[in-house]
Design a protein around this ligand. Structure first.
Ligand code: CO
Length: 214
């Protein structure tokens, strides 16, 4: 390995030593317990962006958040990766909250507002262009590019929450009386705030007729 690359990787291994020390000094027995299994109450679906780590932002410890991240926190009904995470979280771990977390200044959302090609990712970002289509009038009325992106970040979160609610997984959990809330939030990276988008669903109410299964 070239020297530069070795340096970066060695730093990671060094960083782990601090963590090992921390775990060793923890007298609560928490880590021995965690080694046997997990029991998180939260599923976090966030952006893959390096600036939005789920645990740090929510003040949760290891074992407390089940995490799925992809570019621009998109929830697509045919994404086996997302569906597998959701199914495991809801039906095995029995999480009580699913949190979709977007963030202002999201590169994926900004890219989806342009007409530029970026490669294979264009097909993924097209899901966000679909969100834009629903709110084109509102988005087009915003002249500032940053504000345009940030508004679409918020609307994207709202629509991904809706998408989650209509999956067979969430629908059946509600049908079976499982307590489960789906929330939409946006992170302000500059201030660290996690901002509730007030689009929480705890049942089919408000989903619209054809989206609520019997
Ligand atoms: Co992002």
């Amino acid at each position: 390995m070239c020297k530069d690359l070795n340096y970066g990787f060695n730093e990671i291994l060094e960083g782990n030593k601090d963590w090992v020390e921390f775990v060793k000094n923890d007298t609560s027995g928490r880590f021995n317990q965690l080694a046997k299994g997990q029991n998180p109450e939260i599923l976090w679906i966030g952006c893959a962006d390096s600036r939005v780590p789920a645990n740090e932002i929510t003040g949760r410890k290891p074992g407390e958040v089940f995490v799925h991240r992809n570019i621009a926190n998109v929830c697509v009904h045919s994404d086996m990766n997302m569906l597998s995470v959701l199914d495991y979280a809801v039906n095995v771990l029995k999480v009580k909250h699913v949190i979709v977390a977007g963030h202002y200044g999201c590169g994926g959302v900004a890219a989806s507002l342009s007409r530029n090609q970026f490669g294979i990712i264009d097909n993924w970002l097209c899901h966000i262009k679909d969100v834009y289509r629903l709110y084109a009038e509102e988005i087009d009325a915003i002249t500032d590019e940053e504000q345009k992106t940030d508004r679409l970040v918020e609307l994207n979160v709202k629509e991904q929450v809706f998408n989650l609610c209509t999956t067979s997984i969430i629908q059946n959990a509600w049908k079976n009386g499982q307590p489960l809330a789906i929330h939409g939030t946006v992170i302000n990276i500059a201030t660290g705030e996690l901002i509730d988008q007030n689009c929480t669903f705890t049942s089919n109410e408000g989903l619209g007729n054809i989206f609520a299964y019997k």
